[in-house]
Design a protein around this ligand. Structure first.
Ligand code: GAL
Length: 673
């Protein structure tokens, strides 16, 4: 069995992507000296180095990488070694131009960037397997090797290819998945608009069509494209397992929903030995630390709750958004330790030394253009020391208070053409419910709708348009056994083939929610409705309303105006030993706060009124005890009550009573006992 932690690391991982090939060898000596100064423990090497390692077909140059690995090893720095298969060389594309991916519109991409790959292409597959084999044979038992890093961020920036080899591969996938063309016709509902196929050979990828294409075909194509990338990962992983036994294999995920929408990470989480993630702050005006917490919680969840590793984030600004602000003083440490609080076994960056050339020269790095006499470098050195003092948290697990249901397939289906409203956005609802739970100071696990939920007092389903009967039964059992469930509108509508469940909406949720939905009535842009609450209080909502018919559920909020005036807007249903809430409209932050507060009472979750907004408190627990992470994202000093005394690990000082956490600071307390 391969290890599930980086080999040879005794503390947390700290470092970044190291691209020494961009620099003369004289710089390498300074690199390792500075790495030691900063306390770097691991670097990722060779991720985009194929053209250097195999400068011509079958001609290899490993000398430079031999020297890099030896230098790192001599300096006690562990290596996360990349397979460079996200960056095939120019000679490869000259020989195999059809390995370049094609868009749904029929445009073939060119060489000159990276990740321009048709994952069905047989020549690509053979060449990727070959370079992976060569690397594994050469470095499989290298003393510096901590883990293998396959490819780079599958699914980004090309999520699917629509070329002819993909068409053939898709047909094979359909044959395996469905058996016969009749089964495909049935699943896709091809009786509609005369789309019936007489033979699997007649089926193509969902290329550009004059108007809306078949939604079930488009959904299956997303599944196929994801599965195809996973096949290629598994091929490389198995080569590495065979030639480098015991060494863990990963590929860097991008779980943030705003950064990758084409990969079903529930499935990928089962294939890697260590879940690793890349995370970048999206500076679109939202609260970046909340988005970060969400991505970290989702990453831990796809790792099944096990520790994972933050393989990339940025020391300061990135360079690929419209506007790329620098991080504020202290923000990098808050970001890094925020990931660690939520299960990461360290913090690594893109990249070690800021490039002088190429597309990413304005992206921040651990060693900035300005060198070591810079704020970024000083904060990097400080962070290295902080992580060193947290070594004992390795292997401990983050404790969650509630679960949010998430399913990539449902998200994909939700985003297909011709839905009742383009303003309804499943991701936006996931973000909004997550943010409301965050503001209640609850730590959240994400869960697949068919997962065992019995450990959670509260489960929230922000937008589960696609839901299987099995998931519906799972939620019903969960509530009957005492759980509290909150479901947002337009959930439980279709099955796994995007076919509407039989009978009234919401098919598999009717019983658990104690209601039916007769009709959806999305609102026009800018239109709002008022809701009246139990005590006469009012709430505002927008985007969506529904004609809800209670069938056992009680009405808690009622629509006060609009087409649905006088009808239930938010309901509550007692079932067995538990309670199920339904929210049939898009509530803003105040409404979600109110509903989740009441659901929290049903779930007997004690409110944390003693904690200020944006002061994050998360615990990791394990054999070494319990550590409380307190991250003050505000500009105000604060104090947080401790349940027992303890030791603050970053300073080594004793802590008791009320823990002082200055503005912008992080404290980590190992609780006594
Ligand atoms: C990541 C990628 C890195 C680098 C980084 C910049 O998505 O894996 O190679 O490009 O973005 O933010």
């Amino acid at each position: 069995m391969p290890d599930t932690t980086p080999r040879g690391l005794t503390g947390l991982a700290f470092g970044g992507d190291y691209n020494p090939e961009q620099w003369p060898e004289s710089v390498w000596q300074e690199d390792v000296r500075l790495m030691r100064e900063a306390g770097v423990t691991m670097v990722s090497v060779g991720i985009f180095s194929w053209a250097l390692l195999e400068p011509a077909p079958g001609a290899y140059d490993f000398g430079w990488l031999d020297r890099v690995l030896a230098l790192l090893h001599d300096n006690g720095i562990r290596v996360d070694l990349g397979t460079p298969t996200a960056a095939p060389p120019a000679w490869f594309y000259r020989a195999h131009p059809e390995a370049l991916p094609v868009t749904a519109e029929g445009v073939r991409y060119e060489f000159g960037s990276r990740a321009a790959i048709c994952h069905s292409n047989a020549d690509y597959r053979a060449a990727a397997a070959n370079i992976t084999t060569r690397l594994a044979e050469r470095y499989g038992d290298h003393p510096a090797l901590a883990m293998w890093h396959v490819h780079n961020e599958y699914g980004v920036p090309v999520s699917a290819c629509y070329c002819d080899s993909c068409a053939a591969h898709f047909r094979r996938w359909l044959a395996t998945t469905y058996g016969t063309v009749d089964a495909v016709n049935e699943a896709w509902g091809t009786a509609f608009w005369g789309q019936r196929y007489a033979d699997l050979e007649q089926i193509n990828p969902p290329r550009l069509t004059p108007t809306a294409g078949n939604p079930a075909q488009a959904l299956d194509y997303k599944r196929f494209a994801d599965a195809t990338m996973r096949e290629n990962f598994v091929t490389e992983r198995d080569i590495l397992h065979r030639l480098s036994p015991g060494v863990p294999v990963t590929t860097n995920f991008m779980t943030a929903l705003s950064q990758c929408d084409s990969v079903d990470y529930w499935a990928w989480g089962r294939e890697v030995d260590i879940v690793t993630n890349d995370h970048y702050l999206i500076t679109d005006g939202r609260r970046t630390h909340v988005n970060l917490a969400m991505a970290a919680d989702l990453t831990r969840s796809v790792a099944g709750g096990a520790p994972w590793l933050l393989l990339e984030h940025s020391t300061s600004g990135v360079n690929w958004q419209p506007r790329n602000p620098a991080k504020a003083p202290g923000q990098m440490a808050r970001n890094s330790l925020g990931h660690v609080a939520r299960g990461s076994e360290g913090a690594l960056f893109f990249q070690w030394r800021q490039s002088r050339r190429g597309a990413e020269k304005f992206h921040s790095a651990m060693v900035p253009h300005g060198g070591t006499d810079t704020r970024v470098w000083r904060e990097v050195v400080e962070l290295g020391a902080s992580l060193e003092s947290l070594a004992e948290i390795r292997g401990t697990r983050t404790c969650a208070d509630a679960a949010v249901l998430w399913d990539w397939h449902s998200w994909w289906a939700q985003n297909l053409d011709w839905r009742p409203s383009e303003d309804h956005d499943a991701r936006e609802r996931a973000d909004a419910y997550y943010e409301a739970l965050y503001d209640h100071h609850l730590t959240v696990d994400f869960a697949h709708p068919e997962a065992d939920l019995s450990g959670y007092p509260l489960v929230v389903a922000p937008a589960l348009y696609l839901m299987t009967e099995a998931a519906g039964n799972n939620l019903k059992t969960y509530v009957e056994n005492g759980g509290t469930l909150v479901v947002s509108y337009f959930s439980g509508i279709v099955d796994e083939h995007d076919a509407v469940h039989e009978g009234a909406h919401p098919g598999p949720l009717r019983d658990v929610l104690g209601l039916t939905v007769e009709e959806f009535s999305p609102l026009l842009r800018g239109e709002r409705v008022r809701l009246t609450g139990p005590d006469g209080s009012g709430l505002d909502a927008d985007v969506w309303t529904e004609f809800v018919v209670p069938r056992g559920a009680e009405t808690v909020w009622t629509y006060a105006d609009g087409l649905t005036a006088g009808r239930p807007a938010v309901t509550r249903h007692r079932l067995g030993a538990g309670t199920a809430w339904y929210v049939s409209t898009r509530l803003g932050a105040a409404g979600l706060d109110d509903v989740l507060g009441r659901a929290g009472e049903d779930a007997r979750i004690a409110p944390r009124a003693d904690l200020p907004r944006d002061v994050e408190v998360v615990r990791r627990t394990g054999e070494s005890g319990t550590c409380l992470f307190v991250i003050n994202h505000t500009a105000t000093d604060t104090k947080v009550p401790l349940e027992t005394s303890g030791t603050e690990l970053l300073s080594g000082e004793r802590a008791a009573g009320r823990l002082a956490v200055p503005a912008g600071a992080v404290r980590v307390v190992r609780l006594d006992g």
